[in-house]
Ligand binder design. Structure first.
Ligand code: PMP
Length: 417
């Protein structure tokens, strides 16, 4: 049995459909032991916005380790934490006139979602949560219970805590006015649906199939929450940290959620880190009420601070805009014309090719397999995995971005005939 087969059969994990053993990665390229190179259009599902082993961030991490920087400090105040908080405030909060307290959760995204749910229920003294069909918020019981896909909840019994799923715009029920519906339900004491503590939403449903919420929908959602005394939680785990252009994805709607969950690319380097941002007046935690051993990993603080420094010194937002236009042109001009049954959706540097009506999951899988043979890593998203997801590192160079796209085009030319 070779190592790959062992991994597939012995390890209580799952192997993605990539028959290779990867061992090194730099920027937007992953190298396999066999010597093959792969362009990474998956970027750790949004955890690698700065690519693999980003030069500037790596040097900061190495220097910290060389100086015997503290690796683990539980809740102690450290210089690594202090520097991160100062930089986060300077680059992300103050400059945007946002006022949030920061709670380190951890280590991964789902932990921050759990903290948000727990705090929202405590603040409002209500147990209900409204979430959206197609939403993905994580795999622990609380976050799984608010993930709007029965398929992913199938392995877990008893995840139906007090949650109501509403249709997401342009999602499963395309022309349905969700905001009007929620409004009607909340105004009708006999509707059978209790007022929730919070509504949690993604500005782009990423795992849900790259479905982008319209600006006016997000603004109406914010207004509705204000009028009904409901907390608005934005899950910016996958599409935050610059993926849609601005640092927070909700900035394009000019709204301010009551809580924000961040993870994935916040550490800049792929280190586990998750944060809950809380409007100060909602921070009613008692000491020790929500703790854990691995909150606020010190190396992640170093990576995160370096990533924010890099953001400041580069033109990342401008570059993302240029690459957004390139991806949009490529997809609308080269892929969409193949068939009217192919749908293209996206924003910033997260795009999807939906082949639900063009061969479905079987066709989508054949595209990702062929792309892999040609040297490109792509994943699938959407309720039935019919959406080919394009999620390169934000820092990918134009030549590599173009090369990856031409591989997608070749695969479509070969398989869509
Ligand atoms: N929320 C969103 C929007 C996500 O995309 C993810 C991960 N794909 C999570 C939550 C859960 O994060 P993690 O896997 O780090 O627990």
């Amino acid at each position: 049995m070779n190592t790959f087969e062992k991994c597939e059969s012995n390890v209580r994990s799952y192997c993605r459909n990539f028959p290779a053993i990867f061992h090194r990665a730099k920027d937007s390229i992953i190298y396999a032991e066999s010597g093959e190179e792969y362009i990474d259009f998956f970027a750790g599902a949004g955890a690698l916005n700065y690519g693999h082993n980003h030069d500037y961030i790596k040097q900061k991490v190495i220097s910290y380790l060389d100086a015997d920087g503290i690796a683990h400090a539980l809740d102690m105040y450290t210089s690594a934490k202090e520097k991160f908080l100062a930089k986060f405030d300077e680059v992300v909060l103050s400059s945007k006139k946002l006022d949030y307290r920061i709670q380190f959760c951890g280590p991964t995204g789902t932990n921050a979602v759990e903290a948000a749910l727990k705090l929202a229920k405590k603040v409002k003294q209500r147990s209900g949560i409204f979430s959206f069909m197609g939403a993905y918020h994580g795999m622990t019981l609380g976050s799984l219970s608010i993930s709007g896909n029965v398929g992913i909840r199938a392995g877990a019994i008893g995840t139906s805590s007090n949650v109501t799923f509403m249709p997401y715009p342009y999602g499963f029920m395309e022309s349905f006015d969700t905001i009007e519906y929620i409004e009607t339900v909340l105004n009708d004491v006999n509707s059978g649906i209790e007022k929730p503590a919070a509504i949690i939403f993604e500005t782009v449903q990423a795992e849900g199939g790259i479905v982008v919420a319209p600006i006016d929908w997000m603004q109406r959602l914010r207004k509705l929450c204000d009028e009904h005394d409901i907390l608005l939680i934005c899950d910016d785990i996958q599409v935050g940290c610059g993926r849609t252009g601005s640092f927070f994805s909700f900035e394009r709607a000019d709204i301010v959620p009551d809580m924000v969950v961040l993870s994935k690319s916040i550490s800049g380097y792929g280190f586990p880190m998750s944060l809950l941002l809380i409007k100060p007046e909602l921070d009613i935690w008692e000491p020790g009420e929500h703790n854990g051993t691995f909150r606020g990993n010190q190396l992640a603080f170093i990576g995160a601070t370096a990533a924010l420094e890099y953001r400041e010194s580069s033109h990342l937002e401008k570059d993302v805009k240029i690459k957004e236009l390139f991806l949009k042109d490529f997809l609308t001009q080269e892929i969409a014309p193949i068939s009217e049954n192919i749908a293209i959706r996206g924003i910033g540097m997260i795009w999807g090719i939906d082949v639900k009506n063009f061969g479905g999951n079987t066709f989508a899988k054949s595209i990702t397999s062929r792309c892999f043979e040609l040297g490109l890593i792509l994943e699938l998203a959407g309720r039935n995995d019919t959406v080919i997801k394009i999620l390169p590192p934000l820092v990918i160079d134009m030549a590599t971005l173009q090369k990856g796209c031409s591989i997608i085009k070749t695969a479509f030319n070969e398989l869509a005939a």
